[in-house]
Design a protein around this ligand. Structure first.
Ligand code: BES
Ligand code: MN
Ligand code: ZN
Length: 459
C-alpha cells in the first residue's frame, strides 16, 4: 500500500487539532450541540486522544485530535500519528495546527499508515490525510516510500530475503529509477578481491555477493555502503536463542541505504550515487570461517578473526575499501554493527561517527529538523590499540568488549582511507512504542542524511 496523501480534498473531514489548554476556548466557538457532545465524551485534548463528532443526521461532521501541551509533545514525535491509525477510513484535513508543525505531523501520518501485511489474509485499511498547505507533498511521499522500502526489506524474513532476495530487491529499485546494477558473486568475489565478503558468506546456501548500483551522471559523488547480513547466526561463535531471534534485521544497514537511495532518486538530487551492498548470510558449516583464522582484506591489511559474530565489519570493510578507491566526495556506511551501540543510546537514536565537523554539524541540525534523532560518537584514536592484535594488523573482536561501538567504527575507518566518511551504527528495529514507527523494521538516519546532503555536498 503506497503511503500517500488523499487525492480528493473536497470530501475530507475537518480534523481540529486541540491542545489541553485550548479546549475551552475552542468549545466556546462551537454550537451548543457540538460543545455538549465533546464535553459529554470527556475529551480533554491530551496527546493521542481522538474524537468523532457526529452531525445531526449521523454522519461524521468533524474529528478532534488531542495535541496535549508543549511539555508532553517534547517527549515524543509524530503526535498526530495516533489519529492516523485510530480514525476510520476516509480523508481528513488538518485545522488549527501552526505551519511549523505541519510538516513533521504529516510525515508522521504517512509513516503511521505503513502495514506489513504481505504474509496475512487481513489487509489494513487506513485513514488518509490531505497534504497541509506549505508541505511539499511530493517530497514527503518520496521520503515515506523510501522508509516503506526499508521496513519491507527488514520485515521480510530471511527465508525470502536472503542474499539473492536482497539482490533482487536492488535490481527492482534500479529498474524503477533507471540505475545500473552490477553483481560480483561466489568465487568471483575472490578473483575480484573481496576476500572478507566471501569468507563471511561462504558457508551459506545462497552465495555471498556484492551488489553495486549506480545512478546519476552529474554533480558531487556520494557512495553509500550498507551491511547486508541477511541472517546472522553468529557463525561458529553461535549466538544464543534470544540474541539470534531478530537477526533477520541484520541487513538493516542495506535496507536503510536502499531507502535513502530511493529518496534521492525519487526527489532527483543532482549527484552521482553509488550504492554498495555486501549481501551474505553468516551461517554455520564445515566450510565456515573460524576463530583464529587470519585473512588479508581487500585493502591489504590482515585481520585476525577473534569472533565470527563480529562479521559485519568484515563485509562492510571490503565494500568500504572498494568505495574509497574511487575517491567519492562522501562515503556513508550504515550497519546494524554492534550490540554496544544499543546499550549506549537505545533503539531510538542513530549514533554516527565522523571526523568531519561540518558534516556532523549539518547532521545534528537535520536530525532535529526532520525528527530523525542522530548522535555523534567519537573516533577515539587512543582506542586504536584495542583493535591491533599480536599477529595480524587488525583484530575483528577486541577482548573485553570495552567501547564496542567505537572499536567497530575505528575498524571500519581503516577501510575508508583518504575520503570524507561517516558511519552509522543503527538498530534498524522498533519495539512499536509510537504509532508512526510501528513494531518491526525501521529506518534510522536516512531522513537526517537526506536533509543534510545539500549543505554537506554543496548541492
Ligand atoms: N549484528 C550484530 C550486532 C547487533 C546485535 C546489532 C543486536 C543490533 C542488535 C553483530 O554482527 C554482532 O554480533 N556484533 C557483536 C560483536 C562482538 C562479537 C565483538 C556484538 O555486538 O555483540
Ligand atoms: Mn554478528
Ligand atoms: Zn551482524
Amino acid at each position: 500500500m503506497p503511503l500517500t496523501f488523499a487525492s480528493d480534498e473536497s470530501a475530507a473531514v475537518a480534523m481540529h487539532v486541540i491542545e489541553n489548554k485550548g479546549l475551552d476556548n475552542w468549545l466556546n466557538r462551537q454550537s451548543d450541540q457540538i460543545a455538549a457532545w465533546v464535553r459529554s465524551t470527556g475529551f480533554t485534548g491530551s496527546l493521542g486522544e481522538t474524537l468523532l463528532v457526529p452531525s445531526g443526521s449521523g454522519e461524521i461532521a468533524m474529528v478532534l485530535a488531542g495535541y496535549g501541551s508543549v511539555e508532553k509533545r517534547a517527549r515524543g514525535r509524530f503526535h498526530l500519528a495516533h489519529a492516523a491509525v485510530k480514525l476510520p477510513e476516509g480523508a481528513y484535513a488538518i485545522k488549527g495546527l501552526d505551519a511549523s508543525r505541519a510538516s513533521e505531523e504529516s510525515l508522521g501520518w504517512l509513516l503511521a499508515s505503513y502495514a506489513f501485511d504481505q504474509y496475512r489474509e487481513k489487509k489494513s485499511a487506513r485513514a488518509q490525510l490531505v497534504a497541509p498547505d506549505g508541505v511539499d507533498a511530493g517530497r514527503m511521499e518520496a521520503i515515506a516510500a523510501g522508509e516503506c522500502l526499508t521496513r519491507d526489506l527488514i520485515n521480510t524474513p530471511a527465508c525470502d530475503m536472503g542474499p539473492s532476495g536482497l539482490e533482487a530487491a536492488c535490481a527492482r529499485l534500479a529498474e524503477e529509477f533507471g540505475a545500473d546494477i552490477k553483481v560480483v558473486k561466489g568465487e568471483e568475489l575472490l578473483s575480484e578481491n573481496f576476500p572478507m565478503i566471501h569468507m563471511v558468506g561462504r558457508a551459506a546456501e545462497q552465495k555471498p555477493r556484492l551488489v553495486e548500483m549506480r545512478w546519476g551522471d552529474s554533480g558531487p559523488s556520494l557512495t553509500l555502503v550498507g551491511k547486508g547480513v541477511c541472517f546472522d547466526t553468529g557463525g561458529l561463535n553461535l549466538k544464543p536463542t534470544s540474541a539470534m531471534a531478530l537477526m533477520k534485521k541484520d541487513m538493516g544497514g542495506a535496507a536503510t541505504v536502499l531507502g535513502l537511495a530511493r529518496m534521492i532518486m525519487d526527489i532527483g538530487l543532482k549527484l552521482k550515487l553509488r550504492v554498495l551492498i555486501p549481501a551474505v548470510e553468516n551461517s554455520v558449516g564445515g566450510n565456515a570461517f573460524r576463530p583464529g583464522d587470519i585473512i588479508r582484506a581487500r585493502n591489504g591489511l590482515t585481520v585476525e578473526i577473534n569472533n565470527t559474530d563480529a562479521e559485519g565489519r568484515l563485509v562492510v570493510g571490503d565494500a568500504l575499501a572498494c568505495g574509497a578507491e574511487e575517491k567519492p566526495d562522501l562515503i556513508i556506511s550504515m550497519a546494524t554493527l554492534t550490540g554496544a551501540a544499543r546499550i549506549a543510546v537505545g533503539a531510538d537514536i542513530a549514533p554516527y561517527f565522523t571526523d568531519d565537523g561540518l558534516l556532523a554539524e549539518a547532521l545534528d541540525k537535520a536530525g532535529g529538523a526532520v525528527a530523525d534523532p542522530v548522535w555523534r560518537m567519537p573516533f577515539h584514536a587512543p582506542y586504536e590499540k584495542l583493535i591491533e592484535p599480536d599477529i595480524a594488523d587488525l583484530d575483528n573482536a577486541p577482548r573485553g568488549g570495552m567501547a564496542g561501538a567505537i572499536t567497530a567504527a575505528l575498524f571500519l575507518r581503516r577501510f575508508a582511507s583518504d575520503v570524507r566518511y561517516a558511519h552509522f551504527d543503527i538498530y534498524g528495529w522498533s519495539a512499536g512504542n509510537g504509532p508512526a514507527i510501528p513494531k518491526g523494521g525501521a529506518g534510522q538516519g536516512a531522513r537526517a542524511l537526506l536533509e543534510a546532503l545539500p549543505e554537506t555536498l554543496g548541492l
